[in-house]
Design a protein around this ligand. Structure first.
Ligand SMILES: [Fe+2]
Ligand SMILES: [Fe+2]
Length: 258
């Protein structure tokens, strides 16, 4: 069985990249981080359904989960959407979900880091608590949405042997460290991003530069010009949930072909 994880999908450009990649490749199960999929900030009902129709089977999020007002009221209708688990238990939505795929149970967990992000519950303790609840025969994938490389690596070595895939998101820059860190645990610090290749995290650079210089709020907009990038990684698992091979994916689609 072949699976794909897609790094943060940023706006229209990111969604185009996903469509392009999936029109040329076949997978049995696809997980994507969608926290920036609607104009760079959060997700809307329309974009949720568009991405589902494109072929994404499980969606994870992060610090931009609640950017769009409608998320709070609609999240419980979005059956494949997973928000960070280590948030207030007053919030709607689920921090992990178990999917039945070809006689397997795939458990997708979303956690958010605490370094250089807002304060949340401990992602390490939250993982321990979730792990007690999930079936023994589930294949476990964790999207750890974090800013600090060290926090993501530490989580990887903490959860190895229990989680089968530990995949960092949020920095939007793909790291070159996809590797097995245990007999059956695949790890990467950051899966990267789908969106405009020449941009600041998928957004137009101009207002972001102004923001850094002036330190006053500016409106950020998705970069829609230039080449489009697709980032993620694929892997296969056998009948016993053993990871057999894995591959980093980084593709650039020329502007004129999109
Ligand atoms: Fe992001
Ligand atoms: Fe993020």
């Amino acid at each position: 069985m072949k699976l794909l994880f897609i790094g943060d999908i940023v706006g229209r450009s990111g969604r185009k990249a996903v469509k392009n990649h999936l029109s040329h490749n076949q997978y049995d199960f696809i997980i994507g981080n969608v926290e920036n999929s609607a104009a760079g900030f959060g997700i809307t009902d329309k974009v949720y359904h568009e991405l589902k129709d494109t072929g994404i089977n499980a969606m994870t999020a992060g610090n931009h989960t609640w950017d769009k007002k409608e998320t709070l009221s609609l999240i419980n209708n979005w059956d494949v959407f997973i928000r960070p688990a280590n948030l207030s238990n007053k919030l709607p939505g689920a921090g992990y979900k178990i999917f039945d795929v070809l006689n397997k149970k795939i458990c997708v967990i979303n956690l958010i880091g605490r370094v250089f992000l807002y304060t949340s519950n401990c992602p390490f303790e939250t993982f321990n608590n979730i792990y007690k609840e999930i079936p023994d025969d589930a294949f476990v994938l964790v999207d750890f949405h974090g800013e600090a490389t060290s926090e993501k690596q530490a989580f990887g070595y903490f959860a190895k042997g229990r989680a089968n895939v530990i995949c960092g998101t949020h920095t939007h820059v793909q790291t070159n460290d996809l590797k097995m860190i245990d007999t059956n645990t695949l790890y990467i610090t950051d899966a990267g991003m789908c969106g405009a290749e020449c941009s600041v995290l998928g957004m137009e650079a101009g207002n972001i530069i102004e923001r850094f210089i002036t330190q006053i709020p500016h409106r950020f907009t998705v970069e829609t010009k230039g080449n489009i990038m697709f980032n993620g990684f694929s892997f296969t698992i056998d009948d016993d949930n053993i990871i057999r091979d894995y591959k980093l994916i980084s593709e650039i689609y020329p502007e004129e072909e999109m």
